[in-house]
Ligand binder design. Structure first.
Ligand code: NAP
Length: 290
């Protein structure tokens, strides 16, 4: 790695600036991801964490062009709120109802995008997954912000039936109502999760269950076919108990770290002009297990 002195030399008065806004922000891995790429590609740029109170999000976003920022990422709890603040929004972000990447356009206006959809799709495809043609069924556990992006990603892949399993029915109903346009969404309760997974081609955990400090996700996988892809968006630990259980059963599995890394690529490209690669050394660097 570079020393801080070497790093200082890489940043000139013309450095391109981007960052990530969240509240709190200390947990974010995004500065590590972008910092790795900035160093790897020798970009004269910086990417910094920005602790922004949701009550001041509009003010903070308005300051981006004033301060010469190329743009920023948004994390919890800003993604939904930003939809109403940006000047332009791409159709995918509008459909998901969340913005996670902002680009300051040449005219100083803010363009909002959602790259979680892309991150989820790229992560699966990088592992060898190929969406089949014809009628396709998937199941998603969870109906929060991440689940919404995943549902849209599955709809974009052509899934005609998406089974939504969520703890609270109200949230599942709202999610199904908002996202029904791209295909059929069927709501299942947690009690019926085994039925929901029957003959699906993809099963996704989009809840925090299984994350360090959270209860494990313990569901019956006996209804899965041998070809069902199982993926988890939790990435601490990288291989959750849920994924290990599926692996033991012989299912193809995909961990959630790749989604985090791939969703960062379009922003890096827009702000710093390089399309970065997701590599094993980046994965090890981000998880500190080199
Ligand atoms: P969120 O909006 O708060 O939604 C959480 C979802 O999980 C809700 O559907 C909630 O159900 C469900 N849930 C929470 N605790 C549960 C429990 N104990 N039992 C059953 N269901 C439970 O959160 P989010 O933004 O969607 O994020 C979800 C997870 O994905 C987090 O762990 C986050 O770190 C991770 N994530 C990963 C990536 C990535 O790039 N890999 C990207 C985004 C998020 P209710 O509706 O009933 O509350």
């Amino acid at each position: 790695m570079t020393t801080s002195r070497q790093r200082e030399k890489m940043i000139s008065g013309r450095a391109k600036i981007a960052g990530v806004m969240g509240w709190p922000i200390g947990h974010t891995l995004s500065p590590k991801v972008h910092g790795y790429w900035l160093h790897q590609y020798g970009v004269d740029g910086v990417y910094i964490p920005l602790a922004v109170d949701p009550a001041r999000l509009e003010q903070a976003l308005g300051a981006l062009p004033v301060l010469g920022f190329r743009g920023c990422n948004l994390t919890i709890p800003h993604k939904e709120l930003a939809v109403k603040i940006v000047d332009r929004i791409d159709p995918l972000a509008q459909r998901v109802g969340a913005v996670n990447t902002i680009v300051v356009d040449e005219d100083g206006r803010l363009s909002g995008k959602n790259t979680d959809v892309y991150g989820f799709q790229e992560n699966l495809m990088a592992a060898g997954f190929q969406p089949l043609s014809g009628s396709k069924t998937a199941a998603v556990l969870g109906a929060g912000g991440a689940a919404r992006a995943i549902i849209v990603a599955l709809q974009e892949f052509g899934y005609s039936e998406i089974r939504l399993v969520n703890r609270s029915t109200k949230r599942a109903e709202q999610c199904a109502k908002d996202l029904s346009e791209g295909g059929t969404l069927k709501i299942f309760s947690w009690e019926n999760v085994t039925q929901a997974t029957k003959n699906v081609e993809v099963l996704v955990n989009a809840t925090p269950l299984g994350m360090k400090g959270q209860p494990v996700l313990d569901i019956d996988l006996s209804n899965l076919s041998p070809q069902t892809w199982v993926t988890d968006i939790v990435y601490t630990p990288r291989l959750t108990d849920f994924l290990l259980q599926a692996k033991k059963k012989g299912q193809p599995i995909v961990d959630g770290l790749g989604m985090l890394l791939h969703q960062a690529r379009p922003g890096f490209f827009a702000w710093f002009g390089v399309d970065p690669k997701v590599t094993d050394s980046l994965r090890r660097f981000v998880l500190d297990d080199t």
